[in-house]
Design a protein around this ligand. Structure first.
Ligand SMILES: C[S@@+](CC[C@H](N)C(=O)[O-])C[C@H]1O[C@@H](n2cnc3c(N)ncnc32)[C@H](O)[C@@H]1O
Length: 256
């Protein structure tokens, strides 16, 4: 796959802004759903009067959930203007628009001042950023000293993904751009974080693959073989997960 970084970003953001993404993935676009978001939100140790950033906020579900659960304010940032608009509408519908707002921006160049937020959430998205080191240093730059980052992401063992999981669709589906959990942890340490928790959530990825596969099978019944590429991808992802080549992981780290 030889797409330029900006092309990769625009394919990815367009895919997740499409109504089909919500139908296929549900309200949360990450393994572990609301349960894992709750864990990550609590690990930030924030309360009312504090502000966190949700980097690559997608449909806004996690930002709204953490605002409800902790009382903090949230700035959601995503590259897709459609996702930003839709998430701002949801914030208003939930009566949270005084505390939660969504702003268009790139994770590799966050539109926030240095040391301006008290926590950061980043779920299932680092794998889609072409320049992961830039995204990690942006997270470090915007966090106040001692503030926490809670990140979850797809993981992949180096050189073990089958060729079918190296395509553009696989990049968009968070598979082709994934890296080992240890590499993500190292990247964050190099960017200025102290690691607190590094844990595997592989079962959550398996549940998500099964859910997506079931939806695609239903869709095939109605629309025919247009979904067969998606089914090939879920089958390859399931094999890679069973083989230990793919997984899901969490890192909680504190800004030095
Ligand atoms: C798998 S979805 C995860 C969304 C959300 N974090 C969640 O878990 O529900 C990936 C998101 O990353 C966003 N995205 C991709 N590249 C980005 C970038 N460079 N900067 C900001 N957002 C980006 C996409 O638009 C999409 O909303």
């Amino acid at each position: 796959m030889t797409l330029a970084p900006e092309e990769l970003k625009s394919c990815c953001t367009a895919a997740y802004a499409a109504p089909a993404a919500r139908w296929l993935l549900g309200d949360s676009f990450h393994p572990g759903g609301a349960e894992l978001t709750s864990r990550l939100g609590a690990s930030l140790q924030v309360c009312a009067e504090k502000t966190i950033v949700d980097v690559a906020s997608g449909p806004g579900t996690s930002a709204l959930q953490v605002a409800h659960e902790t009382g903090c304010s949230v700035i959601g940032i995503d590259l897709s203007p459609e996702s930003i608009n839709a998430a701002n509408v949801r914030a208003a519908e939930e009566g949270l628009d005084a505390r939660v707002r969504f702003v268009r921006g790139d994770a590799e160049a966050l539109p926030l001042d240095d040391c301006s937020v008290d926590g950061a959430l980043c779920e299932c998205s680092l794998c889609t950023f072409p320049d992961k080191a830039a995204a990690a240093s942006e997270l470090a730059r915007v966090l106040r000293p001692s503030a926490r980052l809670a990140l979850s992401d797809v993981t992949a063992a180096p050189g073990r993904l089958p060729p079918g999981l190296a395509s553009l669709e696989a990049w968009v589906a968070c598979l082709a751009g994934a890296q080992p959990l240890e590499e993500t942890a190292d990247l964050l340490e190099r960017a200025g974080f102290l690691l607190e928790t590094v844990e595997r959530w592989d079962d959550a990825l398996g549940e998500m693959i099964d859910r997506v596969e079931a939806r695609l099978r239903t869709a095939r019944f109605f629309v025919g073989d247009v979904v067969s590429r998606g089914l090939e991808l879920t089958a390859a992802a399931r094999d890679a997960l069973d083989d230990g080549a793919l997984g899901y992981g969490v890192v909680v780290a504190r800004r030095r």
